[in-house]
Design a protein around this ligand. Structure first.
Ligand SMILES: [Zn+2]
Length: 415
């Protein structure tokens, strides 16, 4: 648990004109930070692939409590992928059993009727567990709900935001989620709200939440048009346009990891082939590394990994690249090219002034940034004739999604 952690940015600076839409005045923020009530707090929970991270923040977006639990295993991938390679989760999935048009309508009918219903219940239970843990911690905080039997009902004043991976509609129904397939179809907003005794609950896409946090507190500050690209196991995207996070007509904007960059490429958990995230993510790096290992271009790295090319992991490559291993640097160049390919396509559509890279790969910083910037300059349309697009690393780290979800909770939604 972390108390009083100050995010690495000045929120006072952020709360002026550009963010007035969702923020209170700087003076009010300063006042509430020291003498808040429960209504000054908000809670955000980020549903990750392996863990759920929850935070409670005050009006200054300062984290006052933090909790985490494991994401229910069943949510991850109940549809056994057809193994193509150990990292290629894909296989030609048949999604005919998931009717996106009616997804979520069967909530409450029972386990087994819709794939996402039972698992959605497990996910909602885990979210509620995180929130309860935060409530317990807040009891010791000056701005907390009161202790005792009334605690739970008092806590309804602390709004809850949930960030979930995949296509969330405006009602909080998880319509489709390649990386949280077990919960596809679940009405997450209702499921979570039912477990929190009337607490206002908002559910948004996790990457959009992270983008909001980076916009208000982190690396996007000062850029009204930007991209936030989370390079984790897959790719999450948040599009900042005109100082707002774009949600789109149905709430599905920013699914950038599933832009197809090679129609004959490796299968993707979304059911198609050659999605960008099969190349330009942590999983993509592992695949590129294995290919290089089998081709004999990573002999030292293979030796350190135990001699089996199949055992080479992405982090083995980034570590070797830091040491100057030529083969590993070659793989990082390749990865940078694939990242840049998607970024230049997005730049052609969106014309951002800044691109922020986060997630596990973003934290590899220069090892990823340098080859990405180099390839971007080469690939972007009008290279040399257009203003440079800054490509920088995210600032808020693993808490970006949870903090953004708490901001969404306070505002009542993204859009
Ligand atoms: Zn895909």
């Amino acid at each position: 648990m972390i108390r009083g952690v100050r995010l690495p940015a000045s929120t006072q600076r952020r709360s002026s004109s550009r963010s007035a839409r969702r923020s209170v005045s700087p003076a009010r923020k300063r006042a509430s930070a020291s003498s808040g009530s429960a209504s000054d707090l908000s809670i955000g929970v980020d549903i990750g692939g392996t863990k759920m991270l929850g935070v409670a923040v005050d009006r200054s977006d300062r984290i006052v409590a933090e909790a985490r639990v494991l994401t229910p295993h069943a949510a991850l991938d109940p549809v056994e992928p057809h193994a193509v390679g150990s990292e290629e989760l894909g296989g030609p999935h048949d999604h005919s059993s998931v009717d996106v048009r009616n997804a979520g309508r069967s909530v409450g009918v029972g386990v087994g009727v819709g794939v996402g219903v039972g698992v959605g219940v497990e996910v909602a239970d885990a979210v509620a567990e995180v929130v309860e843990s935060l409530h317990h911690q807040l009891e010791g905080h000056s701005a907390s709900p009161p202790r005792g039997p009334g605690r739970r009902s008092s806590a309804v004043h602390v709004p809850v935001g949930v960030g979930a991976p995949g296509m969330l509609d405006r009602e909080g129904v998880l319509r489709f989620s390649p990386n949280l397939q077990g919960a596809t179809g679940a009405d997450l907003r209702t499921l979570v709200a039912d477990r929190l005794a009337g607490t206002p609950v908002v559910v948004e896409n996790d990457a959009n939440c992270a983008a909001l946090a980076e916009l208000r507190l982190g690396a996007v500050r000062g850029a009204a048009d930007a991209l936030v690209v989370t390079l984790g196991t897959g790719i999450g995207g948040g599009i900042v346009s005109g100082d707002r996070v774009l949600v789109g007509a149905f709430g599905f904007a920013g699914e950038i990891g599933h832009m197809v960059v090679d129609p004959s490429g490796p299968p993707c958990p979304c059911g198609r082939r050659g999605c960008w995230e099969r190349y330009a993510s942590g999983g993509g790096l592992a695949r590129l590394a294995r290919e290089a290992a089998y081709a004999g271009r990573l002999n030292e790295v293979v030796a350190l990994a135990g001699g089996d090319p199949e055992l080479v992991r992405g982090e083995d490559v980034t570590r070797a690249a830091r040491r100057g291993d030529a083969g590993a640097l070659g793989v990082m160049d390749e990865l940078g090219w694939w990242i840049a390919l998607g970024l230049t396509n997005l730049t052609a559509v969106l014309d951002p002034e800044r691109i922020v890279l986060g997630g596990g790969l973003g934290e590899a910083e220069e090892m990823v940034l340098v080859p990405t910037r180099r390839a971007f300059a080469h690939l972007v349309e009008g290279s040399g004739a257009r203003p440079d697009v800054e490509i920088v690393v995210a600032e808020l780290g693993e808490r970006a999604g949870a903090v953004g979800a708490a901001m969404v909770a306070r505002a009542g939604g993204l859009g």
